[in-house]
Design a protein around this ligand. Structure first.
Ligand SMILES: [Fe+2]
Length: 264
């Protein structure tokens, strides 16, 4: 019988859409504040809060400034990623740095967490062009321990045509990259779809987070987006040790004042 390995915890938020002004959606700032309230109350033992993009609804510098102020008091380090709604230059103005927002985090047990930047300016779809997928390839080649990949755009076919039209551009290339490094990736976690979803890519579990803001429901019969106003805002908690992992979905009791408009 082998000894149990230490349990690791990550809190995963996605699709905040700060600055979305409508009364027909949940208040995104109230959702984010409630999530950090839960982090402080129940998940202060997490090693990081990772936010998988669509931080701002329209890429506004004011949204990033408010986000910076809101996360300043988090008891857990916060790592930010970009989605299609974001604006990289404005994000960089507020948070500093340059270039793609990519990094490898390591949890206390050494597990690598690869945070990718799939933002492609002016488009709803995503891309890892410009060396971003090559960076992942190099990280995986050098890895000595299996880890987790995080990106905003789905690297899988959802079979919901509206979402498949705005997913990651080169899904085959992404799958081939993972396939060249068998056993190096335990799961791929993404956002963008605003609903829980489970699939595989190159045989690796691929899991979609709910939005911390407004949820969608899939339409398989037509290329349209459809909101799910009954579904509450949610976020993920990823628990793992060396042998197993589980991604939990938690929800927040926040609703819109009026029936929501369609968003993507
Ligand atoms: Fe989004």
């Amino acid at each position: 019988m082998t000894a149990a390995t230490p349990v690791q915890k990550l809190v995963l938020l996605s699709d905040l859409h700060l600055g979305q002004p409508g009364a027909r959606t949940p208040d995104p700032e109230a959702c984010l504040a409630a999530a950090f309230g839960q982090v402080a109350a129940r998940h202060a033992d997490a090693q990081a809060v990772i936010v998988l993009g669509d931080l701002s609804d329209r890429g506004g510098a004011g949204d990033y400034a408010r986000l910076k102020a809101m996360i300043a008091s988090s008891p857990v380090p916060v790592q930010l990623m970009l989605g299609n709604h974001d604006d990289r230059p404005r994000f960089r103005q507020v948070f500093g740095g340059a270039g793609p927002v990519q990094q490898t985090l390591r949890t206390a047990d050494g597990t690598p967490c690869y945070l990718l930047d799939s933002h492609d300016p002016g488009r709803s779809g995503g891309s890892l062009a410009g060396g971003r997928r090559d960076w992942l390839e190099a990280e995986l080649a050098a890895a000595t321990q299996p880890g987790f990949v995080f990106l905003h755009h789905p690297p899988i076919r959802t079979f919901a045509p509206a979402f498949d039209a705005i997913g990651l551009d080169d899904r085959a290339g992404f799958a081939a990259c993972l396939g060249r490094h068998p056993g190096k990736v335990r799961a791929v976690v993404f956002g963008h779809c605003h609903m829980p979803l489970a699939a595989t890519v190159a045989g690796v579990p691929a899991l979609c987070l709910p939005s911390l803001f407004q949820q969608s429901r899939p339409r398989f019969d037509a290329p349209v987006f459809e909101d799910d106003p009954q579904a509450p805002p949610g976020f993920g908690v990823l628990m793992f040790d060396r042998d197993a992992f589980a991604l939990h979905r938690l929800t927040l009791p926040i609703t819109a004042k009026e029936p929501p408009d369609a968003l993507c």
